[in-house]
Structures are given as structure tokens and as C-alpha cells.
Design a binder for this molecule. Sequence first.
Ligand code: AVJ
Ligand code: FE
Length: 435
Amino acid sequence: MPPTPTISRRIDVDELLAQLADTRERTLALVAGLSDDDLEKVHDPIMSPLIWDLGHIAAYEDLWLVHRHSGEPHLRGDLAALYDAFETPRAVRGDLALLRRAQCLEYLAEVRERTLAAVERRGIGDGTVHEMVLQHEMQHAETMLQTLELARLASFHAPGRVAVPHAPSDGYTGLELVDVPAGPFVLGAPHDRFSYDNERPRHEVALRGFRIGRTPVTNASWLTFTEGGGYVRREWWSREGWAWKEEYDITCPGGWVSDGHEWSLAGRGPIDPDKPVVHLSWFEADAFARAHGARLPTEAEWEKAATWDQETQAPRGYPWGEDAPAAAHHANVDQLAYGTAPAGGYPAGASPCGALGMIGDVWEWTASAFAGYPGFRAHPYREYSEVFFGSKYRVLRGGSWATRARVATPTFRNWDLPQRRQIFAGVRIATDAED
Ligand code: AVJ
Ligand code: FE
């Protein structure tokens, strides 16, 4: 058994408190302009009402920081089950008597007061559970953005939208490949800082040489695929993927509409050919790769392309080498641009092998099923990963424009079912090395 991970790189209390406050401000800004109806209704059958996410954020903090970390009774033990992801699954969240807006905001604020009082009194220990609660709220903000994207509310105005400078597109299509030589690679998060249990333990894997897309696949390439029979040619699809496509009559990525001769984004105008294609299912990503004589990268290949430094024979903390989360010139994360940016637009964020946009913009589907690394141990939140291991879920890597920089590390593993398209997910292709 690997030892229980401890955080030797201490999480700074002041920084953590500032992040908690900033993240809460962003969460509240997301819903501030919405009507009560838009806050409470089910916009899409696979998503929770937004107000459930809010209550769940509060309940999670109540459980982990008020109750478990501080040893106090829950502020609202009576709400624990209602806002627990497993006891109250998504399918029923629309039918419940949830807290209304005012009570829900009060619940969030009161839990936070207790959290802060407890930090005063007892500190944050090694910081693990506080970091986990912080990143939990960050992750739910992305979930809420997915709901808002599916809802296409005319009344929703993205808070804090700024234009992020990026280099003009260099004409990348997503079909240009870079080489990654054969050799060992170290997969997973270092144990001296916060990571989720599913990123541990760090271990060596031997990989053959492979090639991987310099950028994610662009809308231009996807249009060519669509117009070239992408959704018609049986031989490009897996059996499962074809059955899904037929059953739901899928003819384009999520959010595209056609007026009979031109594709556009539902309610949001023309499709930018230079931006990465987004809202793909794993099935579509897989079909596109096959249609191009390629395949999806495994997650080990993806992480090697993002981090492996051939010179030092060691992984970098981030593709750009520094041991620091993405800044505005490295990657399109943190909801800065409020949408995707043209592929290859962040040359300062290039990985050692020359791949661009590994972090941010769009999540990238991998070939890999979600499983524990050898020696996996659930810690400290058993229901975070372990219950999803198995053949059903596929791994996505790299984060999207909507992912907070603190979450979007190159070792972070996201997962979902292969038919899901609510994620801001696109595709980067790979092939075996030519020899
Ligand atoms: C890591 C995005 C798959 O939303 O199901 C939030 C994150 N876990 N609350 C999810 C999560 C518990 C998780 N994903
Ligand atoms: Fe959650």
C-alpha cells in the first residue's frame, strides 16, 4: 500500500482564503442576473437545476470543512442528503423542494462564516480538504456553465468577460502532427502537492513512439469531415457509436444548426473555422480520428506530450515548464476569453514536443477508460473517483476555457460517458510513429 499522501509543499492559508473568496464571488456572479425560474428549472435532462449546484456547493463545504475538518455538527445536517450527489441523483433533482434563492445564498454564506471561524481557531492542517473544497466549487462552476450553454438563455451575460490577447491563427487545422519519441515516461501527479487520488500514485510507463496533433481539431476540419460524409460513412464509426448516432439522429456537434446550406451555432452566429471544435461526444471524436487514419491518444500519451522533457528525462509541472498554473499568455483557461480561442493561439504555452493548447480551450477525449493507477488508494473523498472506475467512462484531459487554472493541471483526469456532449470537449488526434 502506498502511504497516505501528505502535502509537503504547504498550502498557504492566506492564499487559500483569498481563492475561496474569489471563487465564491465568481459563483455568485454566474447566477446573479438569472431569473428565479431560470435558476430553478431543469434546462436539460442530464443537468441539475442551477440552484441545486449552489446548495450542493454549500453542503459539501458544510460536510468537509465544518463537520469533518472542524469536528462541529453540520450547520444543516437536515440538508445533507438532499444535496448529496449520490443520495439525490440528477434525475430527481428537478422534482424536489430545494432551497429557494434567498435561503440558498444564506446557506452558502453561513457555512462560509463557520469555515472561516474554524480556520481562525484550528488552521487548515495540511490543506488537503480545504484545497479539495475550493476545487470542488471551481469544478461546479464549470458544470453550471455547461448548463447555461445548453440553456442558451438570451438573458445570460457572461460575467467578467475580457478579451484575451492571443496570436493570430497560424492556419492550424488539427491535422498537423508532432513526434514524441519512444521511451519511458512518468505518469501521474507528484506526491508533494495537492492532487486527486486518481492521479496517484505516480508511476513509470514505457511508451512506443507516437505522433500527436499539434493542436486540437478545428471547426474547419470538422466541417470538411461533416460534408465528406462523416456522419454517414459506417466504416468510420464504432458499433456502439453508430448505434448512438442512429438512435439520436446525430448529424453535427452539439450546438450546431443548419439552415439547409450553412452550419452555424444555435443562437450565437457563425462558426469560427480556426477555433477548436467543441461539444463532441467520444463517439464522434473516435470516428473523426478513424476517418483520418488516426486514433485517439491514450491518456499516458496525452500526458507525455504535455509534460515530458526529453532533455531532462523528467515531466514538467506544466507544458510551459514553470511550476505555476496557467497565466493569460499560456493557455485559455479560467473563463477569461469566455469561449474558445483560435487553435495554436498561445505559443508561450507550448509543451516540450511542440504541442499547443494542451491546457485549456477544449477538453480532449482520450482512448482510455477511467481506471485507477496501479496501487490506487481512495483518499480522502471515496466517492470522488473510485465509484466511476470501469469500462463505461472515458478519460478527458487538459481542461477547457471554462476550467479554473488551479484545476487544469496536466495530470488532472476528467471522465464521462462516451455519448456525453455537454462538456466543452473536442479532440486531438494521434497515430503510431512511422518507422
Ligand atoms: C471530475 C467533473 C467528473 O462533476 O462529476 C464534482 C467533479 N465530483 N463534485 C463531476 C465533481 C463531485 C466530477 N468530474
Ligand atoms: Fe460535487
